[in-house]
Design a protein around this ligand. Structure first.
Ligand code: NAD
Ligand code: MG
Length: 354
């Protein structure tokens, strides 16, 4: 254990497998996270039953991987730990189906805090409610386990009815390979709010709008779409890779002095005070539940705005330009490898919508 960072980080030595070895885990869902948790748990010697709806297209895959499959309700009735790994938007319905099977002392285990934090799932007081959230897509959680590497993760305890919630969660984290790399302790609230804010303001929302705005500015000024694509989208990866490896310092050291001076003096003109105020607004809507209510309502209505925005994003000119360029250039060979994993995710997504 180390708390050299502000937070506590747990490793294999901090986790005691005896807290899970006699337990049965129901893994509900066999998508990105589900298939990885189920197989890693089973390979670690834990009894696993995968819970899937009758007729689920994932059933064949789970059985082919050598796992027992039952309905979510039947799996939950056998289990001491119910790991809820269906999509966040369907979790409340799946929970309604299985709640009668929860006994005192059982555990509800999550990989994201949304439904518990925003009150969409209200667990009974006599069960433990925990989170082990790998900070990576499921196929890497599985691959890293098979490679004897690990996947970093988060640990949180929302409700400790038995007094053993944290030890059991750590043992679960060990069984899926997370404590090999390190598990950081957090809370359901912190995990949920930082996750939503990050993906909205910086990662998914912020980055795509920044790229599109840069691209459109160049193209509107008469520059070629190909040049705009290279400058604003393709090179993003090179810059991000440097920061990932060695922080902003390594990135600034690697680019030219001209790029460094230009970036340091002009960056703040782009993400200015207004952009920061907008970020605060986005954070507030996450904190006060406004975003969660909007997304829940959007789902209940059949996702009209989601589908419309998704189509508009797919039809943006930068997507056509990129597709053509990626076919033309040699780095498309490299991209193939990344595509393999994103293909896998697409397949999993397709399964999720079945
Ligand atoms: P997913 O969309 O990949 O897969 C969900 C699976 O649930 C499907 O494959 C299917 O087997 C099943 N399913 C779908 N609809 C269902 C329904 N109506 N009833 C019963 N089963 C159904 O999901 P995921 O991305 O693995 O997400 C699971 C949880 O893990 C979520 O809480 C998510 O926030 C969390 N999480 C995901 C990632 C990630 O990278 N994908 C990372 C960390 C945490
Ligand atoms: Mg996320």
């Amino acid at each position: 254990m180390t708390d050299e960072f502000d937070t506590t980080v747990y490793y294999d030595d901090d986790a005691d497998s005896t807290h899970i070895e006699d337990e049965t885990v129901a893994v509900l869902g066999y998508g990105s996270q589900g298939h990885a948790h189920a197989q890693n748990l089973a390979d670690s010697g834990v009894d696993v039953i995968v819970g899937l709806r009758d007729g689920s297209s994932s059933r064949e895959a789970a059985e082919a991987d050598g796992l027992d499959v039952a309905t979510p309700k039947a799996a939950a009735s056998e289990a001491d730990i119910v790991s809820v790994l269906v999509p966040d938007t369907v979790q409340p319905a799946v929970y309604d189906d299985i709640r009668s099977e929860l006994e005192a002392g059982d555990t509800l285990q999550f990989a994201h805090g949304f439904n518990v934090h925003y009150g969409q799932i209200e667990p009974p007081e006599d069960v433990d409610v925990t989170m082990i959230a790998p900070k990576s897509p499921g196929h890497l959680v599985r691959r890293n386990y098979e490679n004897s590497e690990g996947t970093p993760g988060l640990l949180a305890v929302y409700q400790d009815a038995t007094g053993d919630a944290k030890q059991e969660a750590l043992a679960y984290g060990k069984a899926i390979g997370c404590t090999r790399a390190g598990v950081v302790e957090t809370t359901f609230r912190e995990e949920t709010e930082t996750d939503l804010f990050g993906e909205q303001a910086v990662l998914c929302g912020g980055v795509t709008e920044l790229i599109k705005a840069g691209y459109e500015t160049l193209v509107d000024a008469g520059y070629s779409p190909e040049m705009a694509y290279f400058e604003c989208l393709n090179e993003m990866k090179l810059i991000v890779d440097l920061m990932y490896e060695g922080g902003m310092g390594e990135m600034w050291d690697s680019v030219s002095d001209t790029a460094e001076y230009g970036g340091l003096t002009r960056g703040e003109m782009i993400v200015d005070e207004t952009a920061r105020e907008n970020m605060e607004e986005v954070l507030e809507a996450v904190q006060n539940g406004e975003f969660a209510r909007e997304w829940i309502t959007e789902n209940q209505a059949g996702r009209p705005s989601y589908h419309q925005r998704r189509t508009a994003e797919k039809n943006h000119e930068i997507e056509d330009v990129g597709e053509r360029l990626r076919e033309l250039f040699a780095w498309a060979d490299d991209a193939d490898q990344t595509e393999e994993s994103s293909d896998q995710q697409t397949t999993e997504k397709a399964t999720a919508d079945d």
